[in-house]
Design a protein around this ligand. Structure first.
Ligand SMILES: [Zn+2]
Length: 377
């Protein structure tokens, strides 16, 4: 959500598994799962070994309170970090409510399998007592169970000061807030910048082509006055350097999706930095397999599996369940097996990562970087 999503959940692909899934979806929708035996997934794909790891999806946007999602999490033995976003260009995301209330309902409904990642509005950063008020709000969210705080790409790609300057994520106005998050032992989830293609002319071969066609207001190429991607990432890196005690998970591969070496460089420099894979798994496919595999093995403590799956309150539950299941199936096949995985009309061989590395990427790293994800707070 609010990021350039991959074609991972293409309707055409979903249709292929739609028929058997509609049966399950309707069973889930009526809540019958709670009364009877757990439903075995239909034969569309095998997620038994995925579920055996007690997988954690470190980046989703589930805003719909429907018992079917709790049943899905239970069946897959899955936990999720359920993330709020503030973006004044979208009515639902303009303010903390109603999204915070919606996610708290999901949290309450899923027996702790969904955990809240809150956020704050950066737009009032020049208002009096901005940091103090933000800290008070965050403390209330922490008391309500939030384990992390999202910061968003409007820093660097939308916001301007009253004096007309672009507002970057390392602006001094945010520093007391970062310090407070670190002092409270919570994590920052940082979606800053966007894929390189956001600054480039439209290219139908790009995984993000459709997203920027549908969201021209977020397409940097159409806004030449915006800061460069390099400037935004430099501000992000400065934030990491200034706050060595703050754990930061860079969403969407930290927007360093085209070359794993860019991530390696930052991991070597900033021990407080990890990334999630949300909506960027295809970028691993587009790079040489051996290089990506060696990178994931070398930096196996720094990568958190994540999808960016999203469900708005008005969305159809059955369709969402199809998309979620097919995303987990394809991602698991790609990371865990050497079988071919289809993406964008091409076939890519799976990475067949060693078992201990899979365990870190799909479970251990989230436990380490997102304390509280297992509900121990
Ligand atoms: Zn997201």
């Amino acid at each position: 959500m609010k990021s350039s999503n991959s074609n991972w959940t293409l309707p055409s692909m979903a249709l292929a598994v739609l028929a058997p899934w509609m049966l399950l979806a309707s069973a889930l929708g009526t809540g019958r799962l709670y009364e009877g035996q757990p439903v075995r997934p239909p034969a569309a794909g095998d997620l038994t070994s995925f579920s055996a790891l007690a997988p954690i999806d470190a980046h989703v946007h589930l805003y719909k309170d429907d018992p079917a999602f709790g049943a899905l999490l239970e069946r897959l033995n899955l936990r999720i970090l359920d993330i709020l976003v503030i973006d004044d260009r979208d009515p639902y995301f303009k303010a903390l409510e109603p999204q915070r209330g919606d996610v708290l309902k999901v949290v309450g409904r899923t027996a702790g399998r969904a955990v809240l990642c809150t956020t704050f509005s950066p737009y009032e950063f020049e208002a009096p007592r901005f940091a103090e008020r933000t800290i008070r709000q965050l403390d209330a969210d922490f008391a309500a169970g939030a384990i992390a705080v999202k910061i968003y790409k409007v820093m660097g790609m939308e916001m301007k000061s009253k004096a007309g300057q672009w507002v970057m994520p390392d602006d001094p106005a945010f520093e007391p807030i970062y310090q407070h998050i670190a002092a409270r032992g919570r994590t920052v989830v940082a979606h800053l910048a966007e894929p390189d293609s956001c600054w480039q002319p439209p290219n139908p071969a790009s995984p993000d082509y459709d997203y920027y066609r549908q969201n021209p207001q977020e397409y940097a190429y159409a806004h030449p006055a915006w800061p460069s991607k390099a400037a935004i990432l430099a501000a992000r890196d400065h934030l990491l350097a200034e706050n060595p005690k703050l754990r930061v998970v860079g969403a969407h591969l930290g927007s360093m999706e085209v070359d794993v070496n860019q991530m390696a460089q930052r991991f070597d420099r900033y021990p407080n930095f990890a990334v999630d894979t949300a909506a960027r798994v295809p970028y691993f496919m587009l790079q040489p397999r051996d290089k990506v595999r060696a990178f994931l093995i070398k930096y196996q403590n720094r990568i958190l599996y994540a999808t960016d799956l999203d469900v708005m309150p008005k969305d159809d539950t059955g369709k969402a369940l199809v998309a979620w299941n097919s995303t987990y199936e394809r991602d698991w096949k790609f990371f865990a097996t050497d079988q071919p995985v289809e993406y964008g009309g091409h076939s890519y061989q799976g990475l067949a990562l060693p078992g201990p590395v899979l365990r870190k990427i799909f479970h251990d790293n989230a436990v380490h970087w997102l304390p509280g994800i297992m509900g121990q707070r």
